[in-house]
Design a binder for this molecule. Structure first.
Ligand SMILES: Cc1cc2nc3c(=O)[nH]c(=O)nc-3n(C[C@H](O)[C@H](O)[C@H](O)COP(=O)(O)O)c2cc1C
Length: 452
């Protein structure tokens, strides 16, 4: 008996040493540190997108409702103000998810079923998740009704999808847009709302600490408050409230009515309240007939780049959107994707172009596979799924650092020497190395490829 007990104990000790308890991601007991989805969970938690089901549990195998997915995407967008009333019979005002659902459906990411239903409590299927992510990338996916993907997506799958599609996004100039406006009688507010719709930015109303009465606004009375202020270049009417997180905005649209041929002095107060260095300011106005003016404003935010302003009185939503698009501001530029190829202590970072092929590669990350040297100037690897090369620039030459896809063999090529004389329609450019290009030549054995 004693012998049996001893051998059982021995087996137990052996089993424990062979299978040490998997280390969990810090602070989360149910996500093993070596799980493929662990980096995605950590990232989602860092970003405050998916915080888990309790302080120490993420519930990776759990599922997510459509309301929850809308909320996660809404958080990723910085929870912009939503003014629309709910048109869905099953999404009442004031729910924890109402704004998120209205935003996600207004942004065409997650739409209702028709007939006024959104289905906030329905689980998100794997196919639905794929579709939402494709829409997020700006694609126009079609619903395949694939039975294999009709199963609910797990929270781990959602975390990975978010990490792959949002995790490497980086806009070139701080990205976020603020639409700040002052409006005494509501006209500029309407224009600001159209600018907000065109930019997806955050709306901020410049509210005077002391509201203007109609007597104050009487421009026929030279002794009225507005007239006295406009005559006095030093007048700085106080603003009530402040923009939260101004540092995070790269582009500020600034709207105001024209008063006596120029911007109201409260706009000067606003400009002097923040540091606009490095930001782009796009002024716009409404008026009773006078043309646009930003007279006296530039010197109050001289570190900013001032875009040409526009009077927007009668500009329709389409006209405003066209104007905003025409400005070609960086927040409208495509987001930049980067991927990192790691091999031991060596890593190479590639900046991807915005082609469908680069996106299909990014969608397969993270990958762990073998690098295969080819010729005297290439290192290659084979992504599990062929890349979609439609609309991807084909190249007939490459330099050291070029990342490309050789469609006939379905392999990705990292060039460490130049190449020329290729045929058309076989080699497609995916991007360029931006860090560690010299190390491409040294890569060998197993590499991991992650979104940066
Ligand atoms: C004090 C004051 C001065 C104004 N001066 C001008 C002006 O010089 N030229 C003009 O075309 N409109 C002028 N207006 C009209 C406003 O610019 C116009 O009604 C504007 O669209 C109002 O915007 P809001 O409703 O957002 O305040 C003035 C209005 C006020 C109250």
């Amino acid at each position: 008996m004693k012998k049996r007990l001893l051998s059982l104990l021995l087996i137990l000790v052996l089993a424990l040493s062979l299978f040490p308890a998997a280390l969990a991601v810090s602070g989360i007991s149910d996500v093993p540190a070596d799980a493929a989805y662990a980096p995605a969970v950590e990232w989602c938690r860092e970003q405050g997108l998916m915080n888990g089901v309790s302080a120490d549990r993420f519930d990776p195998e759990g599922t997510l409702t459509r309301a929850m997915l809308a909320t996660v995407l809404y958080r990723a967008e910085g929870t912009p103000a939503v003014t629309d009333a709910s048109g869905y019979t099953d999404v009442s005002a004031g729910n924890w998810y109402t704004d998120a659902v209205l935003w996600a459906s207004g942004a065409d990411l997650l739409q209702g079923y028709g007939g006024g239903y959104f289905g906030p409590n329905d689980p998100v299927s794997v196919e639905m998740l794929d579709i939402v992510m494709a829409r997020y990338r700006g694609e126009l996916p079609t619903w395949a009704g694939d039975p294999a993907r009709a199963v609910p997506a797990t929270r781990a799958q959602v975390a990975v999808a978010l990490y792959e599609n949002l995790g490497w996004e980086e806009t070139t100039r701080g990205g976020k847009v603020l639409v700040a406006y002052f409006s005494a009688t509501g006209t500029t507010r309407g224009a600001a709302e159209r600018v907000q719709a065109a930019t997806g930015g955050d709306l901020f109303e410049i509210v005077p600490a002391v509201a203007y009465t109609s007597a104050d606004l009487d421009y026929n009375d030279s002794a009225s408050r507005s007239q006295m202020e406009q005559r006095d270049p030093a007048a700085r009417p106080a603003v009530s409230g402040a923009v939260e997180g101004m540092d995070g905005y790269g582009v500020v649209f600034l709207g105001y009515p024209i008063w006596n041929g120029r911007p109201p002095r409260i706009i000067s107060t606003f400009l002097e309240s923040y540091d606009f260095t490095g930001k782009t300011i796009v002024p716009f106005c409404t008026s009773g007939g006078s043309g646009f003016s930003d007279s006296g404003l530039h010197e109050l935010a001289s570190g900013a780049t001032w875009a040409e302003g526009r009077r927007l009185n009668s500009a329709s939503q389409d006209a405003v959107t066209q104007w905003v698009d025409g400005l070609q501001l960086s927040f409208k530029e495509e987001t930049t994707m980067k991927l990192t190829v790691t091999n031991g202590n060596t890593s190479v970072v590639f900046k991807l172009n915005d082609s469908p092929a680069a996106r299909s590669l990014a969608g397969q990350l993270p990958l762990t596979l073998d690098v295969r040297p080819f010729s005297f100037n290439e290192q290659t690897f084979y992504p599990p799924t062929a890349l979609d090369t439609t609309g991807t620039p084909d190249i007939t030459s490459a330099q050291a650092g070029t990342l490309a896809y050789y469609a006939p063999w379905r392999d990705v090529v990292m060039f460490y020497g130049s190449f020329s004389g290729g045929g058309r329609g076989v080699l497609f450019e995916l991007g360029q190395a931006v860090e560690g290009a010299d190390a491409i030549r040294e890569l060998s054995g197993t590499i991991t490829i992650t979104a940066k």
